[in-house]
Design a protein around this ligand. Structure first.
Ligand code: PGA
Length: 256
């Protein structure tokens, strides 16, 4: 990470875990251990239904709350969906967009990821846009091509003024929830590629300022080395964010 130019972000993605009651005790534990950190932003992306509790508990600490998904339309007849304005009003600052589980299990396309990114920005939320290759794509040697396509598709129509609010998360699909982490070299190479693409598209100033995270089995034992890389500005953490000790260790590892 390069803290001179950009923000370090440690974001927990709780996925479909924790009832509001369970969320309350986990957030209290996390708040006690890292609620005052100054060197990074700690974001907890909790289930929709836990957002009100989470926002209330995080108040007065340096922890901020995010959602894990959003609908791209502003309002209307979309039974069961949640809009960006609703998330903003509920106190969210961030929203994860295009997570590989959304793409894989719910058929989210690049076009939808783009629409969601723009909806989040329009509502004043910071989208954490996830991109990453499958194992087959890595083995075929097309990782950087896949990343290039996904990034450009996700950011179609996003102007320079808005890119300042966007966070990118590189998450190799084969490393999510599998215990397999990308090697430091693999993660650093892709994150550097993403920064180069942003620089070419928006200019050096924006390339330097954008936070690019790594996600995929980040844990207390690999976090330090991953976060030491110049182009890895934080982590998007699934499993390890459900244990306050593990998340705390990762937050501490980001103080480099
Ligand atoms: P993991 O999940 O840390 O459990 O691999 C990461 C993610 O899905 O964002």
């Amino acid at each position: 990470m390069n803290t001179r130019y950009r923000k370090t972000i440690i974001a927990g993605n709780w996925k479909m875990n924790k009832t509001p009651t369970e969320a309350k005790s986990l957030i209290n534990e996390i708040k006690n251990s890292v609620g005052r950190v100054r060197w990074c932003e700690v974001v907890l992306c909790v289930p929709y239904i836990a957002i009100p509790t989470a926002v209330k508990l995080a108040k007065g600490s340096r922890i901020v709350i995010g959602a894990q998904n959003v609908h791209h339309e502003a309002s209307g007849a979309y039974t069961g969906e949640i809009s960006a304005a609703m998330l903003k009003d509920a106190g969210c600052k961030y929203v994860i967009v295009g997570h590989s589980e959304r793409r894989q299990y719910f058929g989210e396309t690049d076009a939808q990821v783009n629409a969601k990114t723009k909806a989040a920005l329009a509502a004043g939320l910071r989208p954490i846009v996830c991109i990453g290759e499958t194992l087959a794509e890595r083995e075929a040697g097309i990782t950087l091509d896949v990343i290039t396509l996904q990034l450009h598709a996700a950011l179609s129509g996003v102007d320079a003024d808005s890119i300042r609010k966007v966070v990118i998360a590189y998450e190799p699909v084969w490393a999510i929830g599998t215990g397999k982490t990308a090697t430091t070299e693999q993660a650093a190479e892709v994150n550097n590629h993403i920064r180069t693409l942003i620089r070419k598209r928006y200019g050096a100033k924006y390339g330097r300022a954008i936070s690019i995270l790594y996600g995929g089995s980040m844990n207390p034992s690999n976090a330090h080395e991953l976060l030491a890389q110049l182009d890895i500005d934080g982590g998007l953490i699934g499993g390890a964010s459900l244990k306050s000790d593990d998340l705390t260790a990762i937050v501490k590892a980001s103080a480099q």
